[in-house]
Design a protein around this ligand. Sequence first.
Ligand code: ADP
Ligand code: LRH
Length: 485
Amino acid sequence: MSGVHAAVDLGASSGRVIAGRIEGGRLLTEEVARFPNGPVAVRAGERTTLHWDVPSLYAGVVEGLRRVAPVSVGIDTWAVDYGLLDADGALIGNPVHYRDPRTEGVPEQVFRHWPADRMYAVNGLQVQPFNTVFQLAAETGAARLSAARDLLLIPDLLGYRLTGVKVAELTNASTTGLVDVRSRGWAPEGLDVLAGSFGVDARSLLPDLVEPGTVIAPLRGDLGGAVGAPLVAVGSHDTASAVVAVPATTPNFAYVSSGTWSLVGVELDAPVRTEASRAANFTNELGVDGTVRYLRNVSGLWLLQESLRTWRERGRGVDLADLLERAARVPALGCVVDVEDARFLPPGDMPARIAAFAAETGQRPPEADAEVARCILDSLALAYRKAVHQAAELSGKDVEVVHIVGGGANNALLCRLTADAVGLPVIAGPAEGTAIGNLLVQARAVGTVDGDLAALRRIVAASAETVTYRPDGPQTLWEEAARRI
Ligand code: ADP
Ligand code: LRH
């Protein structure tokens, strides 16, 4: 039996510390801490800004790490967000959360100086208003920028607090828009645009890039039995770790990393930077072991999370399991929405936004809570269908099975609808894919396991319980629904 590895995984629905050890060729995991990770709205003057709560997260991480005496630690969070450090290494304010509307209209301003097609040729990235390059352009003139000496993405920021070492882990850095997807280094063209047109000297703020699997430094500080354990750069972009944990037994697979967001795509050896790919807004994020995660972010269970929150705030608490059971009995495809529509990005009243979308597209808006849930799940399955088909077509990759990992793998209705919509078998699980991918990459870095990605995935397949869903029903139903939105 090996020692215990600890994955720190900060997702939108919660932060968690998960311990894992290898036994008999299987990875056994145990959740040791879970704590909230919601955005905090802070009003300053006329403006309210959504922030990360770094001190509270840090406390949750430290408490979790103290409970295990790990032989290594890896940290992942969602992409794009960053903290700024001053000359003393102190954090300048709490980082801004990407769902803050400060980047509205900013991509268009950046494209005036770095045209969208040229940008895509360099970074291969899906245009999302919250990409770091746009967040930085939105900071033009901010006082905190002039005080800043370093910019660290959130996993690297927590890693710095735990080790004193500043790095930029590559998979997460690839979501900034400032990495050249072919050279896997910082992109001079993007840095020049930020400096020349927006007065943002990102070049001097960004640390050196490291590939996932690099051992960074031993942990230090008030961490009990965790002191001295090496911090390993894992796929610190949560989606990169989730893709490692796809229990694929064939190279011809597509994946959906289904949580607050849904990341739908295929794994490639090289980026696809064609005009058709750009038009379809597909991203080439960098993956573990030199891979490319060719995918589209198509929104996710966020719509359901926010609906539940809206009902709860109105005093109508709804149990998720019960809601999904009732949603399964609602007739299919009564109303569908385009989950990628920008109106669904900020926090808010999703049932009202869905009703507005339905009315605009000549559909009867869902009324009962189960109808709203059914609409969200039908719509997600429809979006998965489109993205899987496009990923295969644009990359030329054969796809014979779709893997769903992340919390969405626990949603049997969503998995069944995805199989029906895509017209391929769906294998669901593991639900804690991100933490598992994080654990395996660190375990390999410190010598507990070895092998390539296929070997790591065989460990996942041997360890995780999965459920297979076979497609049913005619594709024409989904084709008709797609024409409505
Ligand atoms: P993130 O890392 O983005 O926070 P997760 O991968 O943890 O997301 O997925 C969270 C989502 O998974 C929840 O919003 C919920 O919709 C779904 N989920 C988790 N557990 C279950 C379950 N037992 N049944 C149905 N859905 C679930
Ligand atoms: C998923 C995720 C996704 C990004 C978004 C900001 O958690 O990291 O890959 O597009 O959050």
